[in-house]
Design a protein around this ligand. Structure first.
Ligand SMILES: NC(=O)c1ccc[n+]([C@@H]2O[C@H](COP(=O)([O-])OP(=O)(O)OC[C@H]3O[C@@H](n4cnc5c(N)ncnc54)[C@H](O)[C@@H]3O)[C@@H](O)[C@H]2O)c1
Ligand SMILES: O=C(O)C(=O)C[C@@H](O)[C@H](O)[C@H](O)COP(=O)(O)O
Length: 548
């Protein structure tokens, strides 16, 4: 029967499309299948083939109940044994057994796409040509009634919601393809209002959905270097009906200052931002840290969404709610724990990311591998050459994009795990600071000319040396730090300052307690321990070993 086969049991649709009659499920479904070169099946056509008659005739002869039974059985079979794009009839998701089958399919990683079209267009298309028993009589009134019943069910049973208003069938198909390929990490925990990190090409399209309908004004905070991406965000925000105040901040660490924050508070005040308005932070980690800090402090906290555009911001800075600014005394010394409403890591933005800034981000990726997910290290090792050679202009659609998306998903998952039970960093979350005790000191002593991820890379080698000197790990693991990080193009040594200067800054690290230094070190890959008040000669000897 059709494309259905019954021999292999581990097959399942690439995506299942549901939606109202006339939404374009068949047209868009065929387009998607054509674009990604996989089969397409339409449940209604397969039913007609199976029962040997047209659906209106079947309805007339046996009634809706009999039709729904045949339909549910056929859908259950296809969900277990069809590899392609599968579109369902408009009423199919209303059958409880089909809802259960779709839930099982989603549990196994499936994507049920609600194709949400413009109602006027869908109604017009559905009534065109007749042949729809559910619309007999006053077609428009019937469609509207069905929409009222079905829309809440579609929203509940689908895990991908695609609005197609204003899009051509090709445009809608491309949107579905991007959204189906998207990865999501859910961040939750006792003190956290849950939110999602969406990762993929087109993730920024969720902006309006995540901001919701309460805000009227949006402060879109970004640096000049990502103007092209903020133009896109601004267009999406305006389409969503918000009033947008674009706020361009100085680049990188120059943006993470009290002067910049104060300038933004003044603007928000002058422009009448209220507590129901919101902030969008778009850019590298410095921009998202600053935007989050402004959101946390304006009127004691307004909604904010991060749109990270550097690898480092995607894997680390944009998630977890650490917001803040630097002071003349050191890195991130002022700030607050303030959770975003959502994070949209749109991989399209990586197309403009310079190679050195991409590589820097790999420092935090490797950190997550060392502290929590050894598979990350395996992926980094296997793709070191391609990662080191990252070129934004040929990145989108390349095999590397999938590798990078997986690294982002895994790294964010490690972060979400540490944040979920310890938002305010009382213990477990400190493990995310692996490599940062020395790393932040280097950044400060280099007047922030050293990039954060590079400083953290050296800081991890330092932490590994310290752990080795104190007997936590063997020399092989120290050597592995050096070989992996340098294979990615990251630095593993530093000779830009004295031990006395470094020590003084490490005493100002937020993990320090009183006069006691506090590090996090590995005792094996994936297992981190606190190291309180280590002997100063070990601290100095480890420093000597990371110098040239
Ligand atoms: N809050 C947290 O949990 C957390 C975690 C890790 C790092 N951080 C902070 O993040 C910052 C480092 O982030 P970063 O590495 O992204 O540095 P960054 O923000 O300084 O960005 C690096 C440079 O790349 C540019 N850039 C970013 N995206 C671009 C794009 N798509 N195309 C072209 N240029 C682009 C930026 O404008 C900047 O010039 C540090 O301040 C660090 O302390 C915070
Ligand atoms: O989220 C955390 O917790 C981290 O420590 C993540 C770090 O990678 C990040 O650099 C963070 O900004 C460091 O914060 P700080 O508290 O050491 O300033």
């Amino acid at each position: 029967m059709g494309a259905r086969k019954t021999t292999h049991r581990n097959r399942r649709p690439h995506a299942v499309i549901i939606g109202m009659m006339g939404a374009g499920k068949t047209r868009v479904g065929k387009e998607i299948a054509h674009m990604i070169r996989i089969p397409f099946a339409d449940a209604d056509i397969e039913i007609e083939r199976e029962v040997g008659m047209k659906i209106p005739a079947y309805f007339e002869k046996y009634g809706e109940r009999a039709f729904r039974k045949v339909e549910a059985e056929l859908i259950a079979d296809y969900l277990e044994d069809f590899e392609g794009i599968f579109s369902l009839g408009g009423g199919a998701p209303m059958t409880p057994s089909t809802q259960d089958a779709l839930a099982r399919y989603i549990d196994q990683g499936g994507r049920v796409v609600y194709l949400d079209a413009d109602p006027a267009e869908a109604m017009e298309r559905a009534n065109r040509g007749g042949g729809r028993p559910m619309l007999n009589g006053d077609g428009n009134a019937r469609w509207k009634k069905l929409f009222k019943e079905r829309d809440p069910v579609f929203r509940r049973v689908a895990n991908v919601h695609v609005r197609t208003r204003g899009l051509t069938p090709q445009g809608a198909a491309k949107k579905v393809i991007d959204m189906v390929a998207e990865r999501t990490v859910h961040v939750t925990g006792a003190a956290i209002e849950p939110y999602d990190v969406a990762i993929g090409e087109g993730a920024m399209n969720h902006l309006v959905e995540v901001l919701g309908n309460k805000p009227h004004k949006i402060a879109l905070i970004h640096t000049q270097s990502v103007q092209r991406h903020s133009d896109r965000a601004r267009a999406l925000l305006r389409q969503g009906g918000y009033e947008v105040s674009e706020i361009v901040i100085p680049d990188a660490e120059m943006g993470k200052t009290i002067t910049v924050a104060n300038g933004i508070w003044e603007r928000l005040g002058n422009e009448g931002f209220t507590r129901s308005d919101a902030v969008v932070g778009l850019g590298g980690g410095a921009a998202t840290d600053l935007a989050g800090f402004v959101a946390a402090t304006w009127m004691r906290g307004v909604r904010y969404v991060n749109c990270p555009t550097s690898l480092l911001a995607m894997v680390d800075a944009s998630t977890g709610g650490k917001t803040g600014i630097n002071t003349p005394q050191g890195k991130n010394l002022v700030g607050s724990f303030y959770t975003p409403a959502g994070v949209l890591a749109d991989t399209k933005t990586l197309a403009t990311l310079p190679n050195d800034i991409f590589i820097e981000g790999l420092g935090e990726v490797a950190k997550s591998g060392f502290i929590g997910d050894p598979e990350i290290l395996t992926i980094l090792e296997s793709h070191a050459d391609e990662l080191r050679g990252f070129d934004g202009s040929s990145f989108l659609g390349s095999p590397l994009e999938d590798v990078v998306s997986e690294l982002i998903e895994r790294t964010v998952t490690v972060k979400a795990h540490h944040v979920s039970s310890d938002l305010k960093e009382k213990g477990l979350r400190e493990f995310l600071n692996y490599g940062h005790t020395l790393g932040h000191a280097i950044e400060k002593l280099e007047h922030f000319r050293w990039r954060h991820g590079n400083a953290v890379a050296v800081g991890m080698v330092y932490a590994a040396e310290l752990a080795h000197i104190l007997g936590y790990i063997d020399q092989d693991l120290v050597d592995y730090h050096r070989s992996l990080l340098s294979s990615l193009g990251l630095p593993t040594s530093w000779n830009g300052g004295s031990f006395e200067d470094v020590l003084a800054l490490m005493h100002r690290d937020k993990k320090a307690r009183g006069n006691q230094l506090r590090f996090v070190v590995l005792d094996s890959i994936g297992h981190v321990v606190h190291l309180d008040n280590p002997p100063v000669d070990a601290v100095e000897e480890a420093f000597r070993r990371i110098q040239h």
